[in-house]
Ligand binder design. Structure first.
Ligand code: ATP
Ligand code: MG
Ligand code: MG
Ligand code: MG
Length: 484
Protein backbone atom coordinates (compact mmCIF):
# COMPACT_ATOMS: atom_id res chain seq x y z
CA UNK A 1 0.00 0.00 0.00
CA UNK A 2 1.45 3.33 -1.05
CA UNK A 3 2.15 5.92 1.63
CA UNK A 4 -0.27 8.44 0.16
CA UNK A 5 -2.93 5.72 0.25
CA UNK A 6 -2.42 5.19 4.00
CA UNK A 7 -2.77 8.94 4.43
CA UNK A 8 -6.03 8.98 2.47
CA UNK A 9 -7.46 5.92 4.24
CA UNK A 10 -6.80 7.48 7.61
CA UNK A 11 -8.81 10.57 6.77
CA UNK A 12 -11.62 8.56 5.17
CA UNK A 13 -11.85 6.23 8.15
CA UNK A 14 -12.12 9.00 10.72
CA UNK A 15 -14.39 11.19 8.57
CA UNK A 16 -16.73 8.22 8.51
CA UNK A 17 -16.59 8.23 12.34
CA UNK A 18 -17.73 11.88 12.47
CA UNK A 19 -14.32 13.43 12.99
CA UNK A 20 -13.65 16.94 11.71
CA UNK A 21 -10.87 16.57 9.12
CA UNK A 22 -8.25 19.20 9.87
CA UNK A 23 -5.52 19.87 7.28
CA UNK A 24 -1.90 19.53 8.38
CA UNK A 25 -0.55 22.66 10.02
CA UNK A 26 2.79 24.06 8.88
CA UNK A 27 6.02 22.45 10.05
CA UNK A 28 6.80 25.83 11.52
CA UNK A 29 4.67 25.81 14.59
CA UNK A 30 2.74 28.93 15.50
CA UNK A 31 3.81 28.33 19.09
CA UNK A 32 7.07 30.27 19.42
CA UNK A 33 8.30 28.03 22.21
CA UNK A 34 8.40 25.08 19.81
CA UNK A 35 10.88 25.14 16.93
CA UNK A 36 8.92 22.76 14.71
CA UNK A 37 5.69 20.84 14.78
CA UNK A 38 6.86 17.63 16.41
CA UNK A 39 3.55 15.80 16.77
CA UNK A 40 0.01 15.76 15.49
CA UNK A 41 -1.31 17.22 18.73
CA UNK A 42 0.67 20.45 18.52
CA UNK A 43 -2.05 22.44 16.69
CA UNK A 44 -4.61 21.15 19.20
CA UNK A 45 -2.69 21.97 22.38
CA UNK A 46 -5.09 24.73 23.56
CA UNK A 47 -8.02 22.32 23.32
CA UNK A 48 -6.15 19.60 25.16
CA UNK A 49 -4.88 21.73 28.01
CA UNK A 50 -8.24 23.49 28.14
CA UNK A 51 -7.19 27.11 27.50
CA UNK A 52 -9.59 27.21 24.54
CA UNK A 53 -12.80 25.41 23.77
CA UNK A 54 -12.53 23.08 20.80
CA UNK A 55 -14.83 24.05 17.91
CA UNK A 56 -15.58 20.34 17.34
CA UNK A 57 -15.75 17.41 19.75
CA UNK A 58 -13.52 15.13 17.62
CA UNK A 59 -10.95 15.71 14.92
CA UNK A 60 -8.46 13.84 12.73
CA UNK A 61 -5.40 14.95 10.76
CA UNK A 62 -2.24 13.76 9.07
CA UNK A 63 0.35 16.17 10.41
CA UNK A 64 3.76 16.93 8.89
CA UNK A 65 6.38 16.64 11.63
CA UNK A 66 10.08 17.36 12.08
CA UNK A 67 12.03 15.84 14.97
CA UNK A 68 15.60 17.03 15.23
CA UNK A 69 16.18 14.87 18.28
CA UNK A 70 15.98 11.84 15.98
CA UNK A 71 18.67 13.06 13.57
CA UNK A 72 21.35 10.71 14.86
CA UNK A 73 18.95 7.78 14.56
CA UNK A 74 18.32 8.36 10.87
CA UNK A 75 19.58 5.48 8.79
CA UNK A 76 20.66 3.54 11.87
CA UNK A 77 17.31 2.45 13.27
CA UNK A 78 14.60 1.24 10.93
CA UNK A 79 12.06 3.80 12.01
CA UNK A 80 13.27 7.36 12.63
CA UNK A 81 12.96 10.12 10.10
CA UNK A 82 13.71 13.79 10.64
CA UNK A 83 10.56 14.46 8.60
CA UNK A 84 7.60 12.13 8.97
CA UNK A 85 3.83 12.19 8.91
CA UNK A 86 1.87 11.55 12.07
CA UNK A 87 -1.74 10.54 11.63
CA UNK A 88 -3.83 11.48 14.65
CA UNK A 89 -7.36 11.26 15.96
CA UNK A 90 -8.47 13.51 18.79
CA UNK A 91 -11.39 13.74 21.18
CA UNK A 92 -11.99 16.77 23.34
CA UNK A 93 -14.31 15.64 26.10
CA UNK A 94 -16.06 13.25 23.70
CA UNK A 95 -15.10 9.54 23.48
CA UNK A 96 -12.38 8.30 25.80
CA UNK A 97 -10.20 5.20 26.32
CA UNK A 98 -12.48 2.45 25.15
CA UNK A 99 -13.57 4.46 22.12
CA UNK A 100 -9.98 5.24 21.15
CA UNK A 101 -8.89 1.64 21.57
CA UNK A 102 -11.83 0.39 19.50
CA UNK A 103 -11.12 2.79 16.63
CA UNK A 104 -7.44 1.90 16.58
CA UNK A 105 -8.11 -1.81 16.58
CA UNK A 106 -10.69 -1.46 13.82
CA UNK A 107 -8.42 0.64 11.60
CA UNK A 108 -5.38 -1.60 12.10
CA UNK A 109 -7.10 -4.93 11.58
CA UNK A 110 -9.96 -4.32 9.12
CA UNK A 111 -8.89 -5.87 5.86
CA UNK A 112 -7.59 -3.70 3.07
CA UNK A 113 -10.61 -4.31 0.86
CA UNK A 114 -12.78 -2.70 3.52
CA UNK A 115 -10.88 0.49 4.24
CA UNK A 116 -8.47 -0.74 6.94
CA UNK A 117 -4.76 -1.50 7.01
CA UNK A 118 -5.21 -5.26 7.23
CA UNK A 119 -2.55 -5.99 9.87
CA UNK A 120 -2.49 -9.56 11.13
CA UNK A 121 -4.08 -9.31 14.63
CA UNK A 122 -1.74 -12.03 15.89
CA UNK A 123 1.22 -9.73 15.30
CA UNK A 124 -0.07 -6.79 17.31
CA UNK A 125 1.05 -6.07 20.86
CA UNK A 126 -0.34 -3.48 23.23
CA UNK A 127 1.44 -1.74 26.11
CA UNK A 128 -0.50 -0.10 28.95
CA UNK A 129 0.19 1.62 32.27
CA UNK A 130 0.23 -1.00 35.01
CA UNK A 131 -2.48 0.84 36.97
CA UNK A 132 -4.76 1.40 33.99
CA UNK A 133 -7.19 -1.44 34.65
CA UNK A 134 -9.81 -0.04 32.31
CA UNK A 135 -7.57 -0.18 29.23
CA UNK A 136 -6.12 -3.53 30.21
CA UNK A 137 -9.52 -5.10 30.66
CA UNK A 138 -10.92 -3.55 27.52
CA UNK A 139 -8.11 -4.71 25.30
CA UNK A 140 -8.00 -8.22 26.72
CA UNK A 141 -11.71 -8.86 27.31
CA UNK A 142 -13.56 -6.80 24.72
CA UNK A 143 -11.03 -6.50 21.90
CA UNK A 144 -9.89 -10.02 22.79
CA UNK A 145 -6.14 -9.56 22.47
CA UNK A 146 -4.18 -12.47 23.97
CA UNK A 147 -3.04 -11.24 27.46
CA UNK A 148 0.42 -12.56 26.59
CA UNK A 149 0.68 -9.73 24.10
CA UNK A 150 -0.54 -7.01 26.47
CA UNK A 151 2.33 -5.63 28.53
CA UNK A 152 1.85 -3.54 31.67
CA UNK A 153 4.48 -0.88 32.27
CA UNK A 154 5.39 1.49 35.11
CA UNK A 155 4.65 5.18 34.92
CA UNK A 156 8.17 6.15 33.79
CA UNK A 157 7.71 4.16 30.60
CA UNK A 158 4.27 5.11 29.49
CA UNK A 159 2.94 8.37 30.87
CA UNK A 160 2.32 11.62 29.05
CA UNK A 161 2.52 15.09 30.59
CA UNK A 162 3.54 18.60 29.55
CA UNK A 163 6.43 18.83 32.03
CA UNK A 164 4.49 21.10 34.34
CA UNK A 165 1.37 20.99 36.51
CA UNK A 166 -1.72 20.46 34.37
CA UNK A 167 -3.14 17.59 32.34
CA UNK A 168 -1.35 14.24 32.24
CA UNK A 169 -2.26 10.65 31.57
CA UNK A 170 -1.25 7.15 30.63
CA UNK A 171 -0.73 5.92 27.08
CA UNK A 172 -1.62 2.78 25.25
CA UNK A 173 0.78 1.82 22.46
CA UNK A 174 0.40 -0.51 19.53
CA UNK A 175 3.51 -2.39 18.43
CA UNK A 176 3.96 -4.66 15.45
CA UNK A 177 5.92 -7.89 15.73
CA UNK A 178 8.06 -8.32 12.61
CA UNK A 179 8.82 -11.91 13.49
CA UNK A 180 11.53 -14.23 14.72
CA UNK A 181 14.09 -13.26 12.11
CA UNK A 182 14.38 -9.84 13.78
CA UNK A 183 15.06 -10.95 17.35
CA UNK A 184 14.00 -13.13 20.27
CA UNK A 185 10.39 -13.65 21.16
CA UNK A 186 9.06 -11.51 23.99
CA UNK A 187 6.96 -14.35 25.39
CA UNK A 188 9.24 -17.35 25.30
CA UNK A 189 12.58 -15.57 25.26
CA UNK A 190 13.94 -13.92 28.37
CA UNK A 191 15.12 -10.89 26.39
CA UNK A 192 13.41 -8.64 25.52
CA UNK A 193 11.00 -8.34 28.41
CA UNK A 194 8.55 -6.16 26.55
CA UNK A 195 8.10 -4.79 23.03
CA UNK A 196 9.37 -1.28 23.78
CA UNK A 197 12.63 -2.70 25.13
CA UNK A 198 15.54 -1.22 23.22
CA UNK A 199 17.01 -4.63 22.55
CA UNK A 200 13.79 -5.54 20.82
CA UNK A 201 13.53 -2.51 18.64
CA UNK A 202 14.20 -4.22 15.35
CA UNK A 203 11.55 -6.79 16.02
CA UNK A 204 8.76 -4.90 17.80
CA UNK A 205 7.99 -1.61 16.12
CA UNK A 206 5.92 1.03 17.87
CA UNK A 207 3.36 2.17 15.35
CA UNK A 208 0.65 4.02 17.25
CA UNK A 209 0.60 5.88 20.52
CA UNK A 210 -2.75 6.60 22.20
CA UNK A 211 -2.62 9.23 24.93
CA UNK A 212 -5.41 9.10 27.49
CA UNK A 213 -5.45 12.57 28.94
CA UNK A 214 -7.12 11.75 32.19
CA UNK A 215 -5.53 13.36 35.27
CA UNK A 216 -4.58 16.67 36.74
CA UNK A 217 -1.00 16.48 37.93
CA UNK A 218 0.86 18.50 40.56
CA UNK A 219 4.43 19.77 40.93
CA UNK A 220 7.33 17.35 40.63
CA UNK A 221 10.41 16.43 38.64
CA UNK A 222 10.36 13.96 35.75
CA UNK A 223 7.55 11.48 36.27
CA UNK A 224 7.66 11.96 40.02
CA UNK A 225 4.58 14.08 40.66
CA UNK A 226 1.25 13.52 42.43
CA UNK A 227 -1.95 12.87 40.49
CA UNK A 228 -4.45 15.27 41.99
CA UNK A 229 -7.58 13.79 40.50
CA UNK A 230 -9.47 13.24 37.27
CA UNK A 231 -9.88 16.03 34.72
CA UNK A 232 -13.37 17.37 34.06
CA UNK A 233 -12.74 17.31 30.34
CA UNK A 234 -10.77 14.25 29.34
CA UNK A 235 -9.08 14.19 25.94
CA UNK A 236 -7.77 11.65 23.50
CA UNK A 237 -4.65 12.43 21.48
CA UNK A 238 -3.18 9.75 19.27
CA UNK A 239 -0.32 9.49 16.80
CA UNK A 240 0.31 6.81 14.21
CA UNK A 241 3.54 6.86 12.21
CA UNK A 242 2.50 6.81 8.55
CA UNK A 243 6.01 5.89 7.33
CA UNK A 244 6.26 3.05 9.84
CA UNK A 245 2.97 1.58 8.70
CA UNK A 246 4.09 2.07 5.10
CA UNK A 247 7.31 0.17 5.56
CA UNK A 248 5.60 -2.70 7.35
CA UNK A 249 2.87 -2.96 4.71
CA UNK A 250 5.23 -2.52 1.77
CA UNK A 251 7.31 -5.50 2.91
CA UNK A 252 10.56 -3.51 3.02
CA UNK A 253 13.10 -3.41 5.81
CA UNK A 254 12.89 0.14 7.07
CA UNK A 255 11.15 3.46 6.52
CA UNK A 256 13.82 4.76 4.12
CA UNK A 257 12.85 2.08 1.63
CA UNK A 258 9.23 3.19 1.23
CA UNK A 259 7.79 4.55 -2.00
CA UNK A 260 8.07 8.19 -0.84
CA UNK A 261 11.81 7.95 -0.17
CA UNK A 262 13.55 5.04 -1.90
CA UNK A 263 13.70 6.44 -5.46
CA UNK A 264 15.96 9.20 -4.07
CA UNK A 265 18.25 6.52 -2.68
CA UNK A 266 18.22 4.76 -6.03
CA UNK A 267 19.33 7.96 -7.74
CA UNK A 268 22.06 8.44 -5.14
CA UNK A 269 23.24 4.90 -5.86
CA UNK A 270 23.34 5.58 -9.55
CA UNK A 271 25.30 8.82 -9.10
CA UNK A 272 27.79 7.42 -6.63
CA UNK A 273 28.11 3.96 -8.07
CA UNK A 274 27.68 2.49 -4.60
CA UNK A 275 25.19 -0.33 -4.22
CA UNK A 276 22.55 -0.21 -1.50
CA UNK A 277 22.81 -3.32 0.65
CA UNK A 278 26.49 -3.95 -0.03
CA UNK A 279 28.07 -2.05 2.85
CA UNK A 280 26.61 -1.04 6.22
CA UNK A 281 28.11 2.45 6.40
CA UNK A 282 27.29 3.23 2.77
CA UNK A 283 23.72 2.20 3.48
CA UNK A 284 23.52 4.61 6.40
CA UNK A 285 24.71 7.43 4.13
CA UNK A 286 22.22 6.49 1.45
CA UNK A 287 19.38 6.48 3.97
CA UNK A 288 20.50 9.81 5.40
CA UNK A 289 20.39 11.23 1.87
CA UNK A 290 16.90 9.85 1.25
CA UNK A 291 15.64 11.23 4.53
CA UNK A 292 17.34 14.62 4.58
CA UNK A 293 16.54 15.57 1.00
CA UNK A 294 12.87 15.08 1.76
CA UNK A 295 13.05 16.99 5.04
CA UNK A 296 14.79 19.91 3.33
CA UNK A 297 12.12 19.94 0.62
CA UNK A 298 9.29 20.03 3.14
CA UNK A 299 10.95 22.64 5.38
CA UNK A 300 11.64 25.06 2.56
CA UNK A 301 8.09 24.51 1.32
CA UNK A 302 6.87 25.67 4.73
CA UNK A 303 8.90 28.86 4.57
CA UNK A 304 12.16 27.99 6.31
CA UNK A 305 15.38 29.39 4.82
CA UNK A 306 18.91 28.23 5.57
CA UNK A 307 20.63 30.27 8.26
CA UNK A 308 22.87 30.13 11.27
CA UNK A 309 20.27 30.01 13.96
CA UNK A 310 17.18 28.19 15.05
CA UNK A 311 15.06 26.73 12.27
CA UNK A 312 17.35 27.94 9.52
CA UNK A 313 20.29 26.19 11.08
CA UNK A 314 18.44 22.90 11.25
CA UNK A 315 17.64 23.20 7.56
CA UNK A 316 21.25 24.13 6.74
CA UNK A 317 22.46 21.13 8.66
CA UNK A 318 20.11 18.75 6.86
CA UNK A 319 21.21 19.97 3.43
CA UNK A 320 24.89 19.85 4.37
CA UNK A 321 24.62 16.42 5.90
CA UNK A 322 23.01 15.12 2.71
CA UNK A 323 25.71 16.68 0.52
CA UNK A 324 28.41 15.43 2.85
CA UNK A 325 26.99 11.91 2.75
CA UNK A 326 27.17 12.00 -1.05
CA UNK A 327 30.83 13.06 -0.78
CA UNK A 328 31.56 10.25 1.61
CA UNK A 329 30.08 7.93 -1.01
CA UNK A 330 32.66 9.32 -3.40
CA UNK A 331 30.44 11.71 -5.32
CA UNK A 332 31.44 15.36 -5.21
CA UNK A 333 29.47 16.89 -8.07
CA UNK A 334 26.34 18.97 -7.47
CA UNK A 335 23.82 16.61 -6.01
CA UNK A 336 20.63 18.47 -5.04
CA UNK A 337 19.60 19.24 -8.65
CA UNK A 338 19.53 15.50 -9.26
CA UNK A 339 17.82 14.48 -6.03
CA UNK A 340 15.40 17.21 -4.99
CA UNK A 341 13.11 16.96 -8.06
CA UNK A 342 12.73 13.23 -7.42
CA UNK A 343 11.72 13.84 -3.83
CA UNK A 344 9.23 16.48 -5.00
CA UNK A 345 7.70 14.09 -7.50
CA UNK A 346 7.23 11.51 -4.73
CA UNK A 347 5.62 13.92 -2.27
CA UNK A 348 3.44 15.92 -4.61
CA UNK A 349 0.48 13.56 -4.53
CA UNK A 350 -0.03 14.17 -0.82
CA UNK A 351 1.16 17.81 -0.98
CA UNK A 352 0.03 19.24 -4.35
CA UNK A 353 1.21 22.78 -3.50
CA UNK A 354 4.81 21.56 -3.93
CA UNK A 355 4.38 21.64 -7.70
CA UNK A 356 3.76 25.35 -8.15
CA UNK A 357 6.26 26.29 -5.44
CA UNK A 358 9.08 24.09 -6.66
CA UNK A 359 11.06 26.73 -8.55
CA UNK A 360 11.35 28.83 -5.40
CA UNK A 361 12.09 25.82 -3.20
CA UNK A 362 14.77 24.45 -5.49
CA UNK A 363 16.52 27.82 -5.87
CA UNK A 364 16.90 28.05 -2.10
CA UNK A 365 18.17 24.51 -1.73
CA UNK A 366 20.57 24.69 -4.68
CA UNK A 367 22.00 28.00 -3.44
CA UNK A 368 22.68 26.42 -0.07
CA UNK A 369 24.51 23.54 -1.71
CA UNK A 370 26.61 26.07 -3.67
CA UNK A 371 27.52 27.88 -0.45
CA UNK A 372 28.55 24.61 1.13
CA UNK A 373 30.62 23.69 -1.91
CA UNK A 374 32.56 26.94 -1.57
CA UNK A 375 33.14 26.17 2.10
CA UNK A 376 34.40 22.75 1.16
CA UNK A 377 36.71 24.16 -1.50
CA UNK A 378 38.36 26.55 0.91
CA UNK A 379 38.63 23.76 3.44
CA UNK A 380 40.16 21.44 0.86
CA UNK A 381 42.85 23.96 -0.04
CA UNK A 382 43.77 24.32 3.61
CA UNK A 383 43.66 20.59 4.11
CA UNK A 384 46.04 20.07 1.19
CA UNK A 385 48.48 22.57 2.66
CA UNK A 386 48.46 20.99 6.10
CA UNK A 387 48.56 17.42 4.82
CA UNK A 388 51.37 18.32 2.40
CA UNK A 389 53.44 19.83 5.21
CA UNK A 390 52.96 16.77 7.44
CA UNK A 391 53.95 14.38 4.67
CA UNK A 392 56.97 16.44 3.71
CA UNK A 393 58.32 15.93 7.20
CA UNK A 394 57.58 12.23 6.97
CA UNK A 395 54.75 12.44 9.47
CA UNK A 396 51.69 10.20 9.44
CA UNK A 397 49.37 12.13 11.71
CA UNK A 398 47.32 15.18 10.85
CA UNK A 399 47.31 17.36 14.00
CA UNK A 400 43.99 17.52 15.82
CA UNK A 401 44.34 21.31 16.11
CA UNK A 402 44.32 21.63 12.32
CA UNK A 403 41.31 19.35 12.01
CA UNK A 404 39.61 21.51 14.62
CA UNK A 405 40.48 24.76 12.80
CA UNK A 406 39.08 23.30 9.56
CA UNK A 407 35.94 22.36 11.39
CA UNK A 408 35.52 25.46 13.50
CA UNK A 409 36.55 28.20 11.09
CA UNK A 410 35.68 26.64 7.74
CA UNK A 411 32.74 24.45 8.67
CA UNK A 412 34.58 21.40 7.40
CA UNK A 413 32.95 18.25 8.79
CA UNK A 414 35.37 16.09 10.77
CA UNK A 415 34.38 12.85 9.10
CA UNK A 416 35.28 14.36 5.72
CA UNK A 417 38.65 15.43 7.10
CA UNK A 418 39.23 11.91 8.35
CA UNK A 419 38.20 10.41 5.06
CA UNK A 420 40.47 12.73 3.09
CA UNK A 421 43.35 12.12 5.48
CA UNK A 422 42.88 8.40 4.93
CA UNK A 423 43.06 8.89 1.18
CA UNK A 424 46.53 10.44 1.46
CA UNK A 425 47.77 7.91 3.99
CA UNK A 426 47.38 10.06 7.10
CA UNK A 427 45.48 9.66 10.33
CA UNK A 428 43.77 12.47 12.19
CA UNK A 429 44.81 12.90 15.81
CA UNK A 430 41.30 12.34 17.08
CA UNK A 431 42.17 12.79 20.76
CA UNK A 432 43.61 16.25 20.14
CA UNK A 433 40.59 17.10 17.98
CA UNK A 434 38.23 16.04 20.74
CA UNK A 435 40.01 18.02 23.40
CA UNK A 436 39.98 21.13 21.19
CA UNK A 437 36.23 20.61 20.81
CA UNK A 438 35.90 20.18 24.54
CA UNK A 439 37.79 23.42 25.20
CA UNK A 440 35.52 25.24 22.81
CA UNK A 441 32.45 23.91 24.58
CA UNK A 442 33.82 25.04 27.90
CA UNK A 443 34.50 28.49 26.52
CA UNK A 444 30.93 28.63 25.22
CA UNK A 445 29.64 27.57 28.60
CA UNK A 446 31.70 30.21 30.36
CA UNK A 447 30.35 32.80 27.92
CA UNK A 448 26.81 31.70 28.64
CA UNK A 449 27.44 31.90 32.38
CA UNK A 450 28.87 35.40 31.97
CA UNK A 451 25.79 36.38 30.03
CA UNK A 452 23.57 35.09 32.79
CA UNK A 453 25.59 37.03 35.32
CA UNK A 454 24.83 40.17 33.38
CA UNK A 455 28.20 40.66 31.72
CA UNK A 456 26.75 40.90 28.31
CA UNK A 457 27.15 43.30 25.46
CA UNK A 458 24.20 44.36 23.38
CA UNK A 459 25.24 42.36 20.31
CA UNK A 460 25.05 39.16 22.26
CA UNK A 461 21.80 40.27 23.80
CA UNK A 462 20.30 40.88 20.38
CA UNK A 463 21.41 37.52 19.19
CA UNK A 464 19.79 35.91 22.16
CA UNK A 465 16.59 37.71 21.40
CA UNK A 466 16.54 36.47 17.83
CA UNK A 467 17.16 32.99 19.14
CA UNK A 468 14.10 33.03 21.34
CA UNK A 469 11.67 30.50 20.11
CA UNK A 470 14.49 28.29 19.00
CA UNK A 471 14.69 25.32 21.32
CA UNK A 472 17.83 24.21 19.48
CA UNK A 473 20.50 26.85 20.04
CA UNK A 474 23.19 27.47 17.47
CA UNK A 475 25.85 24.92 18.17
CA UNK A 476 28.18 25.57 15.28
CA UNK A 477 29.00 22.23 13.78
CA UNK A 478 29.57 20.47 17.05
CA UNK A 479 26.58 18.20 16.76
CA UNK A 480 27.79 16.94 13.43
CA UNK A 481 30.66 15.32 15.18
CA UNK A 482 28.99 13.52 18.04
CA UNK A 483 29.78 10.24 16.35
CA UNK A 484 33.50 10.85 16.69
P1 ATP B 1 9.99 5.80 19.28
O1 ATP B 1 9.87 5.28 20.70
O2 ATP B 1 9.98 4.71 18.26
O3 ATP B 1 11.11 6.78 19.11
P2 ATP B 1 8.09 7.76 20.02
O4 ATP B 1 7.51 7.11 21.24
O5 ATP B 1 9.15 8.79 20.20
O6 ATP B 1 8.63 6.63 19.00
P3 ATP B 1 5.64 9.23 19.69
O7 ATP B 1 6.12 10.50 20.24
O8 ATP B 1 4.78 8.36 20.53
O9 ATP B 1 6.91 8.38 19.14
O10 ATP B 1 4.93 9.56 18.28
C1 ATP B 1 3.77 8.86 17.82
C2 ATP B 1 4.09 7.97 16.65
O11 ATP B 1 4.78 8.68 15.63
C3 ATP B 1 5.00 6.81 17.00
O12 ATP B 1 4.28 5.74 17.53
C4 ATP B 1 5.62 6.49 15.65
O13 ATP B 1 4.77 5.64 14.90
C5 ATP B 1 5.70 7.84 14.95
N1 ATP B 1 7.05 8.42 15.04
C6 ATP B 1 7.63 9.01 16.11
N2 ATP B 1 8.87 9.49 15.82
C7 ATP B 1 9.08 9.19 14.51
C8 ATP B 1 10.16 9.44 13.61
N3 ATP B 1 11.25 10.11 13.99
N4 ATP B 1 10.04 9.00 12.33
C9 ATP B 1 8.93 8.33 11.93
N5 ATP B 1 7.88 8.08 12.72
C10 ATP B 1 7.93 8.51 14.01
MG1 MG C 1 11.15 8.75 19.82
MG1 MG D 1 8.25 5.25 22.11
MG1 MG E 1 5.42 6.77 21.78
Amino acid sequence: MRTSEIHRRWLDFFAEKDHEIVPSASLVSSDPSILFTIAGMVPFIPYIIGTETAPYPRAASVQKCIRTNDIENVGRTTRHGTFFQMAGNFSFGDYFKTGAIDYSWEFLTTDQDHGGLGFDPERLWFTVWEQDEESYRHVTEVVGLDPQRVVRLPREEIFWDTGQPGPAGPCGEWHYDRGAEYGPDAVTGTVPEWPGDEKAEDRYIEIWNLVFDQFLRGEGKGKDYPLLGELDQKSIDTGLGVERVAYLLQGVDNMYEIDQIFPVIEKAQELSGRVYGADGEDDVHLRIIGDHVRSALMLVADGVRPGNEGRGYVLRRLIRRAVRSMRLLGYSERTMPALLPISKSLMVESYPALEADFVRISEIVYAEEEAFRRTLETGTTIFDDVAGAVKKEGGRVLPGEDAFRLHDTYGFPIDLTMEMAGEVGLQVDADAFRSAMQEQRERARADAAAKKAGHTDTALYNRLLTQRGGEVPFLGYTEDTVAT
